[in-house]
Design a protein around this ligand. Sequence first.
Ligand SMILES: *Cc1c(COP(=O)(O)O)cnc(C)c1O
Length: 515
Amino acid sequence: MSQTRYFSTRGGAETLSFDEAVLTGLAPNGGLYIPTEIPKLPEDWETKWVKLSFPELSYEILSLFIPTDSIPSADLKDIIDRSYATFRDPKVTPLRQTGDNEYVLELWHGPTWAFKDVALQFVGNVFAYLLEKRNAELGEGEKEQLTVLGATSGDTGSAAIYGLRSKPSITIFILYPDGRVSPIQEAQMATVPDANVYCVAVEDSDFDTCQSIVKSCFGDAEFNKTHRLGAVNSINWARILAQIVYYFQAYFLLPEEKRKDVQFVVPTGNFGDILAGWYAKRLGLPCKELVVATNENDILQRFFSTGRYEKPAGSGEVKPTYSPAMDILLSSNFERLLWYLAYDTLPAEGSQEERRAAAQAKLNSWMDELRQTGRVDMGQAVKELAGKEFWAERVSDEETLAEIKKYYNKNDKYGSYVVDPHTAVGLASQERAAKKAPTSTWVTLSTAHPAKFSEAVELALPAKEHAQFNFKRDVLPSQLSELEALKKRVFKVKGEDGVRALIEAVKRGEQPVAA
Ligand SMILES: *Cc1c(COP(=O)(O)O)cnc(C)c1O
């Protein structure tokens, strides 16, 4: 039985239960929660798990990390079943062959057509379950009502809304800049009719303004406590956990003779998806390096080639690219990997507790330096260790479009394939990596359906060169095109005061009118 507990990467000997780590999200000292140990797989996992369905496999893996006193087995099974029943593909994350030794793992068959559903469908159900369990122990009048507050530039918002819609004791407010998300993205969020969902279009704002309103609300101790604010951003441990599963699933979906020398390529932004792959490898999944695929916001690619983690020179701002879900300055989940790199490069002496504290201290000193100077050099030993498990590639906007075009025009026996720009960053990285390791089997993670990122797809396949290509007919699924005709429920507000006033009105039981 799992005994796993969780501690903060930035220090403190205290450990938390799974419940506490998930409901808290970010540690009070700014750190991220990681498990006290990486569990062992059962001896016979390879034969025992080979025929399991996605939910069955998910149960086996998740129960290694979630003690039954947090979630009893039958309840965990039920949560998992409900979470993946919303996926359109019976395999949940199916594998498509695109070359003799090349495969794409399609992670976008969930309700919002992008990979964040794999984690957020599960996290929504876990939140609701843990809250209900807590509330059952509290008296009338003490019951907790969670207010989930987040900002989105598109993708995360809809996945969070679909994860939390209709959940009892939870209200969700998603802020986005009015008029600055694509019509499809707005339609995905605003056509969800559930009464606990508030899509909030902040007038005259941009994504950064929305995000700073969210931060300010979280930072206001009084407001935070009164409304019991909760976050579902990618630093939440439960999201990483849910994503470990599809690496094992991909391994089992490969023909047996292809499983010997597998490499995963992961389009990366906040380092959540690929970190889950690293945990899969640490658990014992046989695979070689993991390939970090970045766009022109390449802080991770530069780290793996120099050992220095530093903000870009120049404006110090995010560069907007065709793969916007990977446009980041700093990668929040990277801190988790850094803790392990700090730990594994310590001198081999002292108790486990002492070593854990020494790694926390090291990580803290790195984070302080990063905050103060915008850069930190982790040194040669860390760079070499990281280089044993990862390699990294950077793909430009121009190469992204060229890759979309190349896959569309493919006329080998695996056929034409329209990919989204994030997946294209992965595929371009895969091709470069394959030159260095030609005998490997490659699995590239596909993080979104192309319909979600029409701009890049239509730029890559312009009508004058591809007269036979028709985005609406060939790419856009009817479930998405039908959304635009549905009634939208959007709450337009001005500034932080407007956001707070809306939350307060809802919490008082009023029913604000949608625009
Ligand atoms: C969020 C996202 C990513 C990046 O995932 P991380 O876990 O942040 O590395 C890549 N592609 C798409 C489509 C996304 O929505």
